[in-house]
Design a protein around this ligand. Structure first.
Ligand code: GTP
Ligand code: MG
Length: 419
């Protein structure tokens, strides 16, 4: 089954906690602090796998989770880092944050793992808090915890040439005679339900051609199947516009051309501006040569006459395709500013006056500290108070009216303030 969008869930690992420990040895009365740091949480990577061409593996919305970093150990040993997870996706998969639609990565090239979700940082062990005046810090930092994210995968296939045109124009038949691909061919509309890829070899060069489901009038607004697949064409270097030049379905080939051009234009400026060649198919049935002349005029490009059924004109078409591609820039990954999950401003804090001389301090800075130290631990708390002073929180509290004997509340603890 071909699937070109999927939703998955990703959770990088949390950081491990730093620990409190003091070196103990026989006959050594006071050992120094030697609590090690916690290990970092495992990361989540994505990697392009050239053997995959669909997102169907992800259809049930799987969860991917990297493991957490382990706790620090004594003797200053850092805890083990969490194991990372590498998710294989087809090349051309765009990774987006499902909530905001912000682009996180474009997995374009095969083989290089791209870091998308970094694991939480391990917390510092008590050894790191030792200073000449604080020789025995009895506290350590907790590991950073990270959130789970809902992630949208969108496959935009990467091909050199996209075959576009009305249903039954002969796109799949054409792909089957220029490459080893064997798409389904039939004389009813919408035979092709999902894109097919084929590799074309000619004169020592090779390129990839994508056969896209047929487009009809209104496709850019959602009619038929084409709309879902127009985004795949966005990545091609050249459009081969396939037309039933025989008018075998009682349509006018020139009208067909204009209708599809209009749809491409309405879908996006980018599609409209892609270089194009016109492939006049089904010449074996017979055609009006004035239609060819007209198409040349309005398209201002080459119109190649072929019959996909008899293969007449096919070698010439392959050569024209290769020649055109030679002058066109390579397919490029998306240009985008990577989406960043909102980084809380970790310097911000708020003071609320709860009663006279009773204050509450809250905000991102406080949450950040609370993450790092165990506030109920006396020594950590003293360290925390010092930090409050250094960061100007006490100053602000005094400005708000705090005087000796006043109460300061932070999360679920409170302390009495003395000058
Ligand atoms: N006479 C003739 N018939 C052709 C030619 N090319 C394709 N056909 C026939 O046209 C019909 C449609 O061909 P497909 O290749 O399935 O057309 P398609 O453009 O892929 O159609 P969709 O997948 O529905 O968009 C089939 O019956 C083919 O045999 C041709 O050059 N000459
Ligand atoms: Mg087809």
């Amino acid at each position: 089954m071909f699937l070109d969008t999927a939703t998955i869930y990703c959770k990088a690992g949390n950081g491990g906690d730093g620990i409190v420990n003091f070196h103990r040895e026989k006959y050594v009365q006071y050992g120094g602090p030697d609590g090690g740091d916690g290990g970092n949480g495992g990361n989540i990577y994505f990697i392009g796998d050239p053997s995959m061409d669909t997102l169907s593996f992800f259809k049930h919305g799987p969860h991917f989770q990297a493991s957490d970093g382990e706790k620090g150990e004594k003797r200053n040993k850092t805890g083990k880092s969490g194991n990372s997870v590498t998710i294989k996706v087809p090349c051309g998969t765009v990774i987006k944050d499902a909530e905001s639609n912000g682009i996180l990565a474009d997995i374009f090239e095969p083989g290089t793992p791209i870091l998308v979700f970094r694991g939480g940082k391990g917390g510092a062990g008590n050894a790191r808090f030792a200073t000449p005046t604080r020789r025995s810090p009895g506290f350590s930092e907790l590991g950073e915890s990270v959130e789970q994210h809902k992630v949208k995968l969108e496959l935009k296939i990467i091909a050199d040439i996209g075959l576009v045109g009305f249903p039954n124009a002969g796109k799949s038949t054409l792909l089957s005679v220029i490459s080893a691909a064997r798409p389904k061919i039939a004389d009813y509309h919408f035979t092709t339900l999902t894109p097919n890829l084929g590799v074309v070899n000619i004169d020592n060069t090779a390129f990839v051609v994508a056969d896209i489901p047929g487009l009809i009038e209104g496709a850019s607004a959602g009619a038929g199947l084409g709309y879902m697949f127009l985004r795949h064409i966005e990545r091609v270097r050249l459009i081969a516009h396939v037309i039933d030049i025989s008018g075998s379905e009682d349509r006018d080939p020139v009208d067909d051309y204009n209708i599809i051009r209009k749809e491409l234009r309405q879908y996006s400026e980018k599609l409209a501006n892609l270089p194009e060649i016109v492939v006049a198919n089904k010449i074996d049935i017979g055609f009006d040569s004035s239609a060819i002349k007209k198409l040349k005029e309005i398209s201002n490009t080459d119109v190649i006459e072929i019959s996909a059924s008899t293969t007449s004109g096919i070698t010439n078409l392959k050569r024209v395709m290769a020649l055109k591609l030679k002058d066109l820039p390579a397919v490029k990954p998306l240009e985008f500013v990577p989406f960043e999950y909102e980084k809380k401003d970790k310097t911000e804090f708020n003071i609320t006056i709860e009663q006279s001389n009773v204050f509450r301090v809250s905000g991102a800075m406080i949450e950040e500290y609370a993450r790092r130290v165990v506030l109920s631990d006396y020594e950590s708390f003293r360290w925390f108070q010092k930090a409050l002073r250094e960061r100007g929180v006490i100053e602000k509290l005094k400005e708000a009216g705090l005087v000796t004997g006043g109460t300061v509340r932070i999360q679920d603890i409170e302390f009495e303030y003395t000058e």
